[in-house]
Design a protein around this ligand. Structure first.
Ligand code: IPE
Ligand code: IPE
Ligand code: MG
Length: 246
């Protein structure tokens, strides 16, 4: 049995920009896809670690709307990895109570990968444990525009008045509807940017950047990020004294 560290408070929702697979492979004189394959092992390990320690929501940025611009062979390889990962994990997810969701343009994914994705989402829909969100063909601006269009058409149809539009209603039109905002954002491989990820939902998230590349980001590195999160004081605009009194 593995020993879990005691971390208090734990974030309820962790979002991760899994970056650095390409550079990890390059350092080893290997093709980029070699890095993506190693990255899948990290995904498996982090999902498991998150579940064991008691994280309730985990959102992983796996493929952005901008990533479609990459070389065709890399995109094809990534889609193949997605499909094989989901096929391989379905049983374990059901056994471990993990519920899968997709944030992003499912319709742009290749038919075979999309079919497996839909199947895993449907078969895990009643799982009561960790909610795992894969951001696939995801872009935050597109997500927000989609929400604006929905809100706009409800107003145009007379079902909604503009003054009824509030943060809660808008949040409910995003892919993350019904889930809390991330408390912690992790980005691996040294880049310090958001790359069009959850721009609305990350408003008050704690940011954690590490030089570690995604294939080397494992259990130990994940728990380290959670420890650092736990050591921070979240003030939400109040003073430190106000927060301490609570
Ligand atoms: C992240 O690793 C995975 C995806 C974006 C799909 P990268 O492929 O971006 O790796 P680097 O940034 O080139 O090292
Ligand atoms: C962001 O990583 C997207 C994913 C991790 C899936 P990128 O490597 O594509 O981001 P940029 O282009 O360097 O900002
Ligand atoms: Mg990158």
């Amino acid at each position: 049995m593995t020993v879990l560290p005691v971390i208090q408070p734990l974030p309820v929702h962790v979002a991760i920009i899994m970056d650095g697979n390409g550079r990890w492979a390059k350092d080893r004189h290997q093709p980029r896809l070699f890095g993506h394959k190693a990255g899948v092992d990290s995904v498996r390990e982090i999902v498991e670690a998150a579940r064991e320690i008691g994280i309730r929501h985990l959102t992983l940025y796996a493929f952005s709307t901008e990533n479609w611009q990459r070389p065709g062979l890399e995109v094809k390889g990534l889609m193949m990895l997605l499909k094989t990962f989901l096929q391989a994990e379905l049983d374990a997810m059901k056994k471990n109570g993990i519920r899968l969701d997709c944030f992003g343009q499912k319709e742009r994914l290749p038919d075979d990968a999309r079919a497996v994705l839909e199947r895993v989402i449907a078969e895990t829909a009643d799982c009561p444990g960790l909610r795992l969100n894969l951001a696939l063909s995801y872009g935050s601006r597109t997500e927000m525009l989609r929400a604006v269009r929905e809100v706009g058409s409800r107003c145009a149809a007379g079902q909604l008045r503009p003054e009824e539009i509030d943060e809660q209603l808008f949040s409910g039109c995003l892919y993350s509807a019904g889930q809390p905002d991330p408390d912690l954002l992790i980005r691996t491989s040294g880049e310090q940017r958001l790359s069009n990820f959850l721009l609305w939902q990350l408003s008050y998230a704690e940011l954690y950047f590490t030089e570690t590349r995604w294939p080397d980001f494992r259990r130990e590195q994940f728990f380290e990020a959670l420890q650092i999160y736990a050591s921070r004081q979240r003030r939400f605009g109040k003073t430190g004294e106000q927060v301490e009194k609570k």
